[in-house]
Every structure is written in C-alpha cells, then in structure tokens.
Write a protein that binds this ligand. Structure first.
Ligand SMILES: *[C@@H]1O[C@H](CO)[C@@H](O)[C@H](O)[C@H]1NC(C)=O
Ligand SMILES: *[C@@H]1O[C@H](CO)[C@@H](O)[C@H](O)[C@H]1NC(C)=O
Ligand SMILES: *[C@@H]1O[C@H](CO)[C@@H](O)[C@H](O)[C@H]1NC(C)=O
Length: 366
C-alpha cells in the first residue's frame, strides 16, 4: 500500500490531477488476477489447470471482428486507432504488457478472466502501445501459485503509424548509462519494422554506423552498444526513414559510469573528531556508487533503544568530470548532548542489490 501512496504522490506532483491516482487504486483492487510486469507473484485460488491446449502452440490469440481468431506469432503488426482484444486460453492466466500502460492513464486497458480464457482489451490503440504483450498459465498448488514458464507466450506488437515512426516516449530527454562491463541500449524503438534507423551524435554532428559487431539495431530495443566506452558519451538522437521525410527521436544523454557493480564502497566519519560530554555529534556514513543503484543503511550504536537520535538519509548525483557520474548516498546520525552511554562503537551497515558492507568508528571521550 505504501508503494501506491508514493506512486500516487509522484503522479500528483507531475500531473496535478488526482483522477489518475484514484484510477490506479481502483485498478489495483480490481486486478486480482493480474501479474505485474515486474513478474511479482499474485495469489490466486483456482483449481489446478487440466490442460491448456495443444502443446507448443501459442495460446495467445487476437480476436478479429466477426468472431474470428488469429494465433499470434513472435511479432505482429497492427493498425493503431482501433481496439485490440487478446485472449489466452486457461482458467488462470497472468499478463504483462508495456509498463507505460501502468504508469500513465491506463483506463483503456482491461483484463477479464472467465472459466475458459482470459481477455485483455486495449481500446483506442496508438503507436505508444507498441511493445511485448505476453500471457502465461498460472498453476496453483493449494494457495501457492506460480507462472508456468513452459506455457508462457509473447508477441511483440507493432502499432505502425507513419506519423510516429518512433514509439513515442513520455520522457523528452533520457539518460542512458554506459558501463564498461555490459552493453548499453539507446532505446529508440520503431513502430514499423521497415523503417531504416540511424544513430547520430549531436555535437560534433556525426552518424554512428551500426555494424554487426559493436553497434547493432534491434527494432524492439533500439541501438545496442556492445562495448561502451567514454568516447560514446554525449547527446544522441535516432533518425528513421521509410518513405517520406525522416523523423527524429527524443534525445538521449549518454553518461559513462565507472564504478563497478559490487557491495557498497562505504566510509564513516564522526564530526567533530574529538568529543566530550554535552557535545553534539554527527556520524556520517557515505556510499559512492552507480547512479541508479539504491542503498539502504542500518545503524547500530551504544545508546540504541535507550536514547533518541536523529537519522537523515539522502542521495544525490555528482558529476565527477569527463561525464562520469556517481551516486552519493548518505546517512547522517545526529546525537545531541552526548552522555556517557553514547561513547563507543558506531556501526553503519550499507546494503545494495549486490551485497553489504559494514564499517565501524569508535567515539571515545576526550
Ligand atoms: C484518462 O483517459 C480518459 C479517456 O481517454 C480521459 O477522459 C481522462 O481525462 C484521462 N485521465 C487522465 C488523468 O489523464
Ligand atoms: C565496426 O566498427 C568498429 C569501430 O567503429 C570497427 O573497428 C570495426 O571494424 C567495424 N566492423 C565492421 C564489421 O565493419
Ligand atoms: C551536523 O549536521 C548538521 C546538518 O548538516 C549541521 O547543521 C551541524 O552543524 C553538524 N554538527 C556538527 C557537530 O558537525
């Protein structure tokens, strides 16, 4: 529930329209059968499924007018502006769809489960709805339910629109982080597989040619840079042509990040360094890391559970020159009016998705 509140607040800030907020809440209540794109498990109490259909064949179909069905292959091209109805056979089905439909006004999307199949309806489709749509069978053992990976089907659906060769993005200026140890993606996806796409640097103006080894183009992802390096930094955009005039994508700021993935790199400092009874002390735990890697802090200290302290946690991005960017995460513990019980070991445990690091500092009485 907390997460929804935060999301709502964020949306309120951006949209200043509380309609969007209530809508998300409502959808959460209604969507008990839904599996979120993150792959989070949803408990569904349904009897075990008997048989989903012919083995190996996709259970994902599109309903055409006059009650005709078409089985969807790995990719499908549709005309935007119409309603789309997808069906997936089975009495307990999970869905995923472009995350953008969850983030923004998504009243166009509805999912209904009946005895025999689940139905996903998206009304007034547009180029922005281009992306992977997938459904899978949910198998339950008592109250424990999970996705049946052998019966998961996906179709990448292009809503081809000659006025929007690029899948429109809500963000007009995106940041792409480049790391030495993994490919980077400039996500200019197209709505038409026939479009010829190129990647361009803004200053100095230069076309980055796609070649099969270092830079490749995938219409469902964008430009993939195999070995990002500091030379790839700068402002870029993509250009697409079919017939007619070329179209330009949103802009992408490519930033090179040097910090390797791993447990946090932590430092711990007390200020002032020498303390006597009655002083106020700040103990600061600092982590330098990758821009989008969140860090959490846990403190242990001598007066724990016996006296109130103030803890303030924050983070900011720092440009370290040459376009390298670092996230500085900090937790500051303030102890006012130091007493005898407050002297001793202050322990900061910093945690990120890769691991944790523990650092200690001893505050002794002067
Ligand atoms: C959501 O979409 C509906 C129908 O398209 C529209 O009436 C409504 O104003 C939209 N709400 C927001 C918050 O954009
Ligand atoms: C791809 O580009 C890189 C650097 O721009 C170059 O070294 C390499 O030879 C090119 N490969 C092909 C197959 O053209
Ligand atoms: C502790 O931090 C606060 C907030 O940054 C600051 O105002 C205060 O002067 C600091 N106190 C000491 C002793 O460093």
């Amino acid at each position: 529930m907390k997460l929804w509140c935060v999301l709502c607040l964020a949306l309120l800030w951006v949209e200043i329209q509380n309609g969007a907020c209530q809508q998300i809440k409502r959808r959460k209540d209604v969507g008990e059968n839904r599996i979120r794109p993150g792959g989070k498990r949803v408990k569904i109490r349904h009897p075990k499924l008997k048989d989903g259909g012919v083995k190996g064949q996709s259970l994902l179909t599109q309903v055409l007018d006059k009650g005709r069905f078409v089985r969807l292959g790995p990719s499908t091209t549709l005309t935007p502006g119409k309603n789309m109805e997808l069906r997936c056979k089975g009495n307990a089905i999970g869905w995923s769809y472009p995350t953008y439909l969850d983030t923004f006004n998504d009243s166009r999307l509805s999912i209904r489960q009946s005895d025999k199949y689940s139905q996903l309806i998206l009304t007034s489709t547009s180029a922005a709805d281009t992306g992977p749509y997938s459904c899978w069978v949910i198998v339950c053992d008592g109250t424990e339910c999970e996705k049946d990976h052998d019966r998961a089907y996906v179709s990448y659906i292009y809503f081809s629109d000659k006025d929007n060769l690029f899948v429109p993005s809500a963000i007009h200026f995106e940041i792409v982080y480049l790391r030495p140890d993994r490919p980077a993606v400039v996500p200019c996806r197209v709505t038409d597989t026939q479009a010829k796409v190129s990647l361009h640097r803004e200053v100095p103006p230069e076309e980055i040619t796609a070649n099969s080894t270092l830079v490749t183009y995938d219409p469902t992802k964008g430009f993939v840079l195999r070995n990002p390096s500091p030379e790839h930094q700068g402002v870029f955009y993509c250009k697409a042509v079919t017939r007619g005039t070329p179209q330009i994508s949103t802009k992408y700021q490519l930033l090179y990040v040097e910090v390797p993935s791993g447990p946090p790199f932590v430092s711990l400092d007390a200020s002032p360094e020498s303390v006597r009874g009655g002083d106020n002390v700040n103990v600061t735990c600092t982590v330098l890391g990758e821009p989008e890697v969140a860090v959490s802090f846990i403190w242990s200290y001598p007066g724990q559970d016996r006296r109130p302290v103030h803890i303030h946690t924050s983070w900011r991005l720092v440009n370290r020159g040459m376009g390298h960017t670092t996230r500085v995460s900090q937790s500051v513990m303030t102890i006012e009016d130091m007493e005898t019980i407050d002297f001793g070991n202050y322990i900061c445990k910093a945690k990120n998705q890769h691991g944790e690091t523990v650092v200690t500092t001893d505050i002794i009485s002067k």
